[in-house]
Write a protein that binds this ligand. Sequence first.
Ligand code: FES
Ligand SMILES: [Fe+2]
Length: 466
Amino acid sequence: MERIEGDARAGFVPGEYEMPVEGERHPVERKSPALRDVQPHRDRNLTVDAARYTSREWAELEWQRLWPKVWLCAGRLSDIPRKGCWLQFEFGVESILVVRGEGDAVHALLNVCQHRGHQLVSGDFGEGPQFVCGYHSWRYGLDGRNRHVTDRRFFREEALCGKLDMPSLRCETWGGFVFVNFDNDAIPLSEYLGEIADVLADYRIEDMAVVNDVVVQLECNWKTVLDAFSEAYHVHVTHPELMEAIEDKYLQHDFYAHGHSRQWVPNGIPSARLGEARLTEPLKYLLAEAGLDPADFADRPGDVRPALREVKRRRDNPWGLDYSRFTDSQLTDSWAMNLFPNLQIIVQPEGVLFQRYIPDRNDPQKCRQHIMALAPRLGPGVRPPAYLGGSDVPDPDNRPERIRTSWDAPDLIDTIGLLLWQDVDTTRRCQRGMQSVGFDKVRFSEQETRNLHQFAEMDRYLFDEL
Ligand code: FES
Ligand SMILES: [Fe+2]
């Protein structure tokens, strides 16, 4: 295993490493301050009690103090393209409808009739001029206002006291996503996202289309799976084949305000853990995809990334994209972004992998992993990056149906791709182990500083330190 430990570059501190760039450093490539400057209590969670992943008491604390306070991604604006379209976001006991109303207004409404509590609609998506209750036909407008009480004259005035409208939530948009917040006093979404919105602006995620949409029922706490996607320390064991295509050790970690973070992962270069770089099969694939002859790079694997960038800079590049607004590093590398508390997006110009983890209201050892792949309009026949899952050339004009599946579905590898399957498999085993009497605490290394950032930020909510 010594080879896996790789070389030890002098002075390398994982969370403080600054990715080298050629030429001038662009503001989006800026290394953030060290975690200790963003989270003064960063060391408080160097070990984390296993109960935080397994116990109902800890989950209840999250339900009371975390989830009612944070901005939650509810869905994609493109899924409510016209007036009258709605999408349903189920979270805890709540069903939230995100509705396109008059004049393009977007409303977030609780899906509950004010007569006797019947849910007004069911399903992931729908469309209609109003909401009509399926119990006694009360009617509500697209903005949630009560429009009709059936046989109103038979209600005594006192019975119709208070508001008869569907309750609404704070609702704001960014990157083509709709976010909701149960807290009326929450800071605006733009302030909550802060610097991360600027860092991601050039990807124009708002213009990307959903090309894959899968919900996986997992047998683990939502933080168990979030943890796995917050670090690259596990890559050499969980995804050994990935080491042939990406760097997994010398990574830039950036820590932003409000718990968000970035892991900058160079692509098109074998892991430093593998020793001297060679032209691996994935690198040959990338070259061929760019219309280059891998044989020309047999003895100079270090030239693969510059060559890929050069091809992308051409107006007639095979991806059919205009790369002019991107930095050199953005052309080849991926940025794995954590948007606190439960959303992760991995961005490249050719596509975005979206993952959000929805806790289970009744069982802290279950959650739903919602995976979406988003892609810009690529050239004919071009596939987005393999890590997005899905094997077909996507059709941005034809939104795929949402697939619902489970960690134990026999065809899960085909549905979500090998890479994500490997993580699902790991997190299940991890959750099992965490329940053991032989395990009392998780230990985070300096390669898992984004996990430390997550826990430090959660503590601010759970222990009233905001
Ligand atoms: S519960 Fe909706 S009209 Fe009666
Ligand atoms: Fe992984």
